[in-house]
Design a protein around this ligand. Structure first.
Ligand code: GDP
Ligand code: MG
Length: 218
């Protein structure tokens, strides 16, 4: 018997997803003076180099090479902006962590990123990516502390979930949830498993993004 196509993708949901499909590269910024005008709604992807930021953006936008992905960690040195529509942008932040560059350059990136985070009015929320096998490293904790201090909604993707079996992946999810819940009295932070490779957890990500982007939702 042939099965009917799933009705899970309601017309409404498809309408919001098409805005991701149509996302295009807009510009790269090496310094604050190069940022696009600070208006509309923006969501930034942050995380250590190699956490899977570019892969996640590609997957969410149903495109193969919108954001570059790399086997060499630490290559993305610029803040990359992706245009969804006149009001909405996705932002790929430079990966923090083990980039092979001088301490001086590192400091400069960090300053640019910190200033972006501290000043950007259009920033609605952060997607923080952490490899499910190495969650909550110091730099991740620092970013989370900052989020809690300034009241920035943050959604954590435990990436490369395909690298773990279901049980261990679920354990990590619960552990991370438990660890942040004590520090997050306002409930600004959420966590999920994600795999760009398998598409695991995509619906959950869209639900969060659609909320921040004020896209039609049921
Ligand atoms: N197995 C697996 N590998 C992934 C996944 N996401 C990313 N990768 C790999 O991890 C590496 C770094 O990914 P990338 O998106 O460039 O990370 P970024 O530095 O955070 O932008 C690449 O070799 C990707 O192919 C995933 O969900 N599963
Ligand atoms: Mg990248």
């Amino acid at each position: 018997m042939t099965s009917r196509p799933t009705t899970k993708n309601s017309a409404n949901k498809d309408a919001s997803i098409s805005v991701y499909r149509e996302t295009q590269f807009e510009t790269s910024a090496a310094k604050l003076s190069q940022l696009p005008t600070d208006e509309g709604l923006e969501v930034a992807f942050a995380g250590r180099s190699n956490a899977g930021k570019s892969s996640a953006i590609n997957k969410i936008c149903c495109q193969k090479s919108l954001a570059r992905t790399s086997k060499t960690p630490g290559r993305t040195q610029l803040i990359n902006f992706f245009f969804m529509d006149e009001q909405r942008r996705l932002v790929d932040l430079p990966g923090y962590g083990y980039a092979k560059v001088s301490a001086d350059i590192k400091r400069r990136w960090q300053q640019t990123m910190e200033q972006y985070l501290a000043t950007r009015e259009s920033l609605q929320g952060l997607i923080l990516l952490m490899d499910v096998r190495h969650p909550l490293k110091d730099v991740d904790q620092q970013l989370l502390s900052w989020s809690w201090n300034v009241g920035m909604p943050t959604h954590i993707l435990l990436t490369k979930a395909d690298k773990l079996k279901r049980g261990p992946a679920q354990n990590t999810l619960l552990k991370v949830r438990k660890e942040i819940s004590g520090n997050d009295p306002e409930g600004l932070t959420s966590v999920q498993l994600f795999s760009s490779l398998k598409g695991t957890g995509l619906d959950e990500v869209y639900a969060v993004l659609n909320g921040w982007f004020q896209l039609n939702q049921k």
